[in-house]
Design a protein around this ligand. Structure first.
Ligand code: PEP
Ligand code: MG
Length: 550
């Protein structure tokens, strides 16, 4: 048996077979070949598969978002079969006697440049399509399509890295757990694993030879075991059973209220990344959804989700929650959550770059499409909306103007919508420091402790080498949370926490003493936090030191 120590994302056990997912090669290597005919054959095979994929995507998109919006896949198909593109690939393979990947990458570069230098805006925009089509071919040539894996049995996925867009597309029912070499404990991939309630380890040097072997993830110790013997499997099976028994016991709290021993009530909400996560929020009976990370509707796609597509998703969630509050966060694209069609360009410091509300304010049409979908869905449940990465008062004022325009537009078309509370995320030091002013503009605050920690401590949350420095309990972070709660309350603004710290039961009492009104956590943490709340007595003097800024 091989034993590998990693870092655990969720304290749970998984037992199953490994499916190895090869590292995606972002860098295409130029390789000399002796048989050019074989290389052309490989290219033609990839071409056929790409055409078939696009056909399926087109049909699916026609049904889900209509013919007009599905047309992008037809454009991609036309590009694939474009004679000039094909001739260029053939020429490079035969004249330079090189591999198909290299020929596709060079052709893609040339065509992209050609399109992007054109005057006509329509043709300029086609540069993105060239990239999409070429990436599809390159993925197929490397035999590396994760979505191409049809999982016939539940597996533990082992990969060099998983992007949030890949993670969100994984079939939850078929995924027992995953292990990756890259990725920090605070990355969105890690957060998604927690939200999806999936045992996962990072910092594991994964090996292709594990493919098909039996493995055990022990989330309690952060250990991966490959090829365990029968005895060990039995032992871990027993540990898993104990874990399930503990979960069953916690389930007795499912219908209990979120109230402390002295009678203080708190709103315990769940975080979701996709519509399918609502099932767990309902299973553990959360009082609402405090963070719907809507950007996941935008990831792993060829193009922007339409208003209709978004409306249906938001409406579905609102209806499933049957009158309980659903707080939708507008898209927080950027940094590690990227989608090619946004064409954001490369940035040196993406976490501090063109992301989240900054994109929405620069591209009001994208923003308004999402707001229209949210407001339309608000006629079907209790929807609130909040905005990520706020740093300044003017941003909030500008957002409110845009929201008013959207409401006017819907009203003029007699489209029904409900009363939508407006909130902002407090996740930058700037927003925390000016929270007194911001509180006068909105109905609620939701503190994003993941980013707040990153920006207060100047620690890149994506960098796994810095995990030991990423200390959300740092007094600077806790003092800011206390300060935000005070400023929010002075202006009659509700204050919640939706970052991962909200689920840290060693801090629950401290948060309650600060007067935090709402804790929104990954569904797997709902019952442990409920248990902690119900055991807390705020009537007694605290044994904990409060952060004492004020
Ligand atoms: C946060 O920053 O705490 C947060 C909840 O948002 P995200 O983790 O999606 O950046
Ligand atoms: Mg954030």
């Amino acid at each position: 048996m091989e034993t590998i120590q990693g870092k655990s994302i969720l304290n749970k056990i998984a037992i199953g077979r490994i499916l190895y997912h090869r590292k995606s090669e972002s860098q295409v290597v130029r390789r000399g070949v002796s048989d050019v005919r074989e290389e052309i054959g490989r290219y033609e095979e990839a071409l056929r598969k790409a055409e078939a994929e696009l056909e399926v995507l087109y049909e699916k998109a026609c049904q889900e978002v209509g013919k007009v919006n599905a047309a992008v896949f037809e454009v991609h198909k036309m590009m694939l079969t474009d004679e000039d593109y094909r001739d260029s690939v053939y020429n490079i393979i035969t004249s330079q006697r090189v591999n198909a990947e290299y020929a596709v990458a060079v052709t893609a570069d040339n065509f992209r440049r050609l399109f992007s230098e054109m005057e006509d805006e329509y043709f300029k925009a086609r540069a993105v399509d060239v990239k999409d089509v070429s990436d599809r071919l390159l993925t197929l040539l490397s035999g590396n399509s994760l979505s191409g894996h049809v999982l016939s049995e539940p597996v533990i996925l082992a990969a060099y890295d998983l992007a949030p867009s890949e993670t969100v597309q994984l079939e939850k029912d078929m995924l027992l757990g995953f292990v990756t070499e890259q990725g920090s404990l605070n990355s969105h991939t890690a957060i998604l694993a927690r939200t999806m309630n999936i045992p996962a380890l990072v910092s594991v040097p994964v090996k292709e030879e594990w493919d098909g072997k039996t493995a055990v993830i022990d989330g309690e110790t952060g250990t991966l075991y490959i090829d365990p013997d029968e005895d060990f499997l039995r032992k871990m099976g027993k540990k898993k059973e104990d874990e399930e028994n503990r979960e069953r016991l916690l389930m007795e709290l499912k219908d209990e209220e979120d109230v402390t021993l002295d009678g203080t009530r708190i709103r315990l909400y769940g975080n979701i990344g996709s519509v399918s996560d609502v099932a767990d929020v309902l299973k553990y009976n959360a009082a609402g959804i405090g963070l719907f990370r809507s950007e996941f509707l935008y990831l792993g796609k060829e193009t922007y989700p339409t208003e209709e597509e978004q409306f249906l998703a938001y409406r579905h969630v609102a209806e499933m929650m049957a009158g309980k509050e659903v707080i939708i966060r507008t898209l927080d694209i950027g940094a590690d959550k990227t989608a090619g069609y946004f064409d954001l360009g490369k940035e040196e410091n993406p976490a501090m770059g063109f992301r989240a509300i900054r994109i929405c304010l620069e591209r009001p049409e994208v923003f308004k499409t999402q707001l229209r979908a949210i407001y339309r869905a608000s006629a079907f449940g209790k929807i609130s909306v909040m905005f990520p990465m706020i740093t300044s008062l003017w941003e909030v004022k500008r957002i409110k103007e845009i929201v008013e325009n959207v409401k006017k537009e819907l009203a003029s078309r007699s489209v029904p919508f409900g009363q939508v509370a407006l909130g902002i995320m407090i996740e930058t030091p700037a927003a925390a420091v000016i929270s007194r002013d911001l509180a006068r503009e909105v109905d609620f605050f939701s503190i994003g402790t993941n980013d707040l920690t990153q920006y207060v401590l100047a620690i890149d949350r994506q960098n796994d080498k810095l995990d030991m420095f990423y200390d959300s309990h740092h007094p600077a972070v806790l003092k800011l949370i206390e300060y935000v709660a005070k400023c929010g309350h002075e202006a009659g603004c509700m204050v919640g926490i939706c970052g991962e710290l909200g689920a840290d039961i060693t801090l629950t009492e401290e948060f309650l003493r600060m007067g935090i009104d709402e804790l929104s956590v990954s569904p797997a943490f709902l019952l442990p936090v409920r248990q902690k709340i119900r055991m807390t007595d705020l009537g007694n003097p605290s044994s904990l030191s409060t952060s004492g800024l004020l």
